[in-house]
Design a protein around this ligand. Sequence first.
Ligand code: FAD
Length: 415
Amino acid sequence: MRYSIVSLAKNAMSFHQNWPRQWRSPSPKESYDVVIIGGGGHGLATAYYLAKEHGITNVAVLEKGWLGGGNTGRNTTIIRSNYLWDEASHLYEKSLQLYEGLSKDLNYNIMLSQRGVMNLAHSLQDVRDTKRRVNANKLNGIDAEWLDPQEVKDFCPIINISTDLRYPVMGASLQKRAGTGRHDAVAWGYARAADQRGVDIIQGCEVTAINRDGGKVTGVETTLGTIKAKKVAICVAGHSSVLADMAGFRTPIESHPLQALVSEPIKPVLDTVVMSNAVHVYVSQSDKGELVLGAGIDAYHSYAQRGSFHVIEHQIGALKELFPIFSRLKMMRSWGGIVDTCPDACPIISKTPVDGLYINGGWGTGGFKAIPGSGWTYAHTIARDRPHELNAPFDLNRFVTGYLIDEHGAAGVAH
Ligand SMILES: Cc1cc2nc3c(=O)[nH]c(=O)nc-3n(C[C@H](O)[C@H](O)[C@H](O)COP(=O)(O)OP(=O)(O)OC[C@H]3O[C@@H](n4cnc5c(N)ncnc54)[C@H](O)[C@@H]3O)c2cc1C
């Protein structure tokens, strides 16, 4: 059933009791052309574009928990493309462009809200770096502007630009096409659209081993039995190195907890996204009225999906300094995810040393914004057994050649 005003009205007549399930829950087949490990946004988008762009529909997405239960359902949903280097900005800009048409493409409202993202500068060095990035973005055709402190205040009236702050606001970059999207809707929209094209989505199915014959992948062992596959694609966010280990190769990835929290709902006060690398906080207001807040990563390594209290304390301190208006707000809940970080703060979308095995990971704190672009380029890489020009620079081999793409500036705070 297509979602439309007509189907909404029709279903209202039966008190919304007869909506069909959004995707099937099939048992796994004995074999597939492609098995994708991980039912987060990246895995589901990859399945969708494999079917849509390359006509490969004999595909299974294997998810050990539930769809979007990993980082896709835990992130703060910021979408932007204002990265410094050409390679990264082209990839993230492709993603933003796909996001702009995604609700229509998937026939699923992903609630994209292009409310703008401001990255604050708090020191002279910050000002120089941020202006440089604004100029680099413009050269790449990406919308970006530099705002002085008064322009920051005009754009976001509740921000504190007083000069006696510990970290005064000395300006900001603004990408107006950036903003937020609804994380669950992105996962569910891709799942529904992939299912409609014949992809099997199998939840509660953990991959426990990657089977190989010589140097070639032959399938996977799972908690639901052996599944054969001509090609296997890893897409597991916080567990990339665990899966790589199963296949016998190493990645330079470190896994850290990353936390976020939301406040009680309040009336609309903030209609943009504000991020600060220096004080380590970023904030937006959800459609329900809650403030959605994120911090930097916890310093230690962990797979626990929870972080330390002092990180949240630091983040709230920074928030109160920038927005004194929030000082009496109650926080409702906090949570954590596991983010895989690469030494250059850029992802991996790549072939691996095992023939027929591919890896997509290392998105660190910023892979939600990349879901469409990542799925699109990863599907190309899997279908053609060679990277698209957009993801070629994000090959595993760059850690051997040293051709790193240092995006620590643009990816500096969790986002
Ligand atoms: C607190 C927080 C805030 C963030 N904020 C932002 C933000 O504002 N903007 C942004 O762009 N990014 C943000 N991110 C990063 C973003 O969430 C991730 O980069 C992105 O969601 C990764 O998507 P994914 O599909 O790769 O991973 P996931 O959604 O984690 O999906 C991977 C799936 O693989 C499954 N899996 C793992 N091992 C196995 C196995 N052996 N067998 C089967 N399945 C397995 C997991 O259960 C999981 O569901 C944030 C992350 C966190 C944690």
